[in-house]
Design a protein around this ligand. Structure first.
Ligand SMILES: Nc1ncnc2c1ncn2[C@@H]1O[C@H](COP(=O)(O)OP(=O)(O)O)[C@@H](O)[C@H]1O
Ligand SMILES: [Mg+2]
Length: 247
């Protein structure tokens, strides 16, 4: 049987439910709909159509392109939704995956195994030369059965296996991801932190220190006295390092 084509016109005829309507002008609206029709399976549509044209042209379409590229590069990795279609420049369709963002799981209810799955999916994508770049608690879906899916690859970088001079940048982004995984573990399952992850928490990458350091200076400049400096954060994490690791 021929695979049904998902064109913009076709998309408009399908009933959909809103999963997430963007609260600010920079994000995509996210919908869920049945696809293929009458299959009992679902797809997710990320769409920038309601954003102002200038934003779509300068950034929105670029994010969707980035995400599509990353999803295609990771097509056979179980913990990543598969790309389905680009009906037009302002939209992207991918598999819908069950699960609730880690953000909504109470502290103490997420198993170390689930966090280990996050670490494995990230390691698999790094092995492909793909970095996520925005791995925080709302971009990790977890089901009660322990299935994990990493979503929101809009800020991902596809470097591929032959990185040449770009390898330095890749390594910096990779370190950011490793640190993000370590932060998730530190919050939900600190006993699962490996020695490498503890080092990542206490030092971070050069890029991370640069961005955090600049953010800290700007907050101080605007009178935000309570802002924690990168050194203070590192000291907090260093305490964790004194605890025994699994590896
Ligand atoms: N493939 C997917 N499967 C299930 N839910 C999804 C999927 N992609 C996005 N969502 C839902 O939509 C929300 C927003 O999507 P996301 O890709 O994180 O975009 P952004 O954070 O940029 O708005 C997610 O928190 C999640 O609830
Ligand atoms: Mg998100």
């Amino acid at each position: 049987m021929k695979k049904p084509q998902l064109t913009r016109r076709r998309l408009e005829t399908l009933p959909r439910e809103a999963l997430h309507i963007a609260r600010n002008a920079t994000k995509a609206d996210v919908y869920r709909f049945e696809w293929p029709p009458d299959s009992g399976r679902f797809a997710v549509l990320k769409e920038m159509r309601a954003r102002p044209l200038w934003y779509r042209v300068l950034a929105g379409r670029w994010f969707l392109r980035r995400e599509h590229r990353a999803l295609r590069a990771l097509n056979d990795i179980e913990g990543v939704p598969r790309a389905i279609a680009r009906p037009d420049a302002d939209s992207l369709v991918m598999e819908w995956r069950a699960g609730t963002p880690l953000m909504e799981w109470e502290d103490g209810t997420v198993s170390p195994q689930a966090l280990e799955k996050v670490a494995q999916i990230i390691a698999q994508s790094h092995a492909r030369g793909v970095v996520h770049g925005d791995l925080h608690r709302s971009n990790v879906l977890l089901t009660p059965e322990g299935e994990v899916t990493l979503i929101d690859w809009a800020t991902a970088g596809v470097f591929g296996p032959r990185r040449g001079a770009k390898n330095w940048t890749f390594e910096e982004w990779r370190a950011l991801d490793v640190r993000a995984v370590a932060k998730l573990k530190a919050r939900h399952a600190p006993t699962g932190l490996s020695a490498t992850e503890k080092v990542a928490l206490s030092s971070g990458s050069k890029l991370y220190r640069l961005v955090r350091g600049a953010g800290f200076k700007i907050r101080r400049l605007f009178g935000h006295r309570k802002a924690t400096s990168p050194d203070e954060t590192a000291a907090q994490y260093r305490k964790l390092m004194e605890e025994p690791s699994l590896d």
